[in-house]
Design a protein. Structure first.
Length: 183
């Protein structure tokens, strides 16, 4: 079953979900790790990898959002309180926005940097810079925003995971199970 139904996520949505989750968590770890690397060649390689994965996340995020707006969503459990329904929908919207804004702010960082270092997509081709003014102040601003959004998103991912575990172990309502395999 590729498409979503009223009661289950389809295989495409499930693959988008888990692929983006793995990429985002790996990207967060890589971004944090590379800050401590002192060897310039190693750091350059890690930064290029981080940028490549960021561009991949940005492209997949657009595809995922397109899929989400053209597909039905499974219904939430009938006994879910209205406030919890609103929080679930709102947190998903914020996570989708994060999947766009974090890579875009990263792109803005490299686009405003005074260092003329190209952004290679996995060594295959150069991604052009955004048409932004180059300055150390702009780079610092975008870098701070990029980091803030990444840490805020990782916090929200943690809340998302805890909510899924609550649905599975406390509520026993099948919400987590339907994101594991289509039914």
């Amino acid at each position: 079953m590729l498409r979503n139904t009223d009661h289950s996520w389809g295989l495409v949505s499930i693959l988008f979900h888990w692929t983006m989750a793995a990429l985002f968590l790996g990207q967060f770890w890589l971004g944090w790790y590379m800050q401590g690397v002192r060897n310039l060649l190693d750091r350059y390689s890690l930064v290029q990898c981080h940028k490549s994965v960021g561009f991949m996340i940005l492209g997949l995020a657009f595809l995922r959002i397109l899929w989400a707006v053209t597909s039905r969503r499974p219904k939430l459990p009938d006994d879910m309180p209205p406030g919890e329904r609103t929080m679930a929908r709102g947190s998903h919207l914020v996570l989708y926005l994060a999947l766009l804004l974090i890579p875009l702010t990263g792109w803005a960082v490299v686009s405003t940097s005074p260092l003329p270092i190209s952004s290679w997509f996995f060594g295959l081709f150069v991604i052009p810079s955004l048409p932004l003014g180059i300055s150390i102040h702009a780079e610092h601003l975008w870098s701070s925003l990029h980091a803030f959004l990444a840490y805020a998103a990782i916090f929200l991912v943690g809340v998302h995971v805890l909510a899924a575990l609550r649905h599975h172990f406390k509520n026993r309502d099948g919400v987590l199970g339907r994101m594991l395999w289509p039914k």
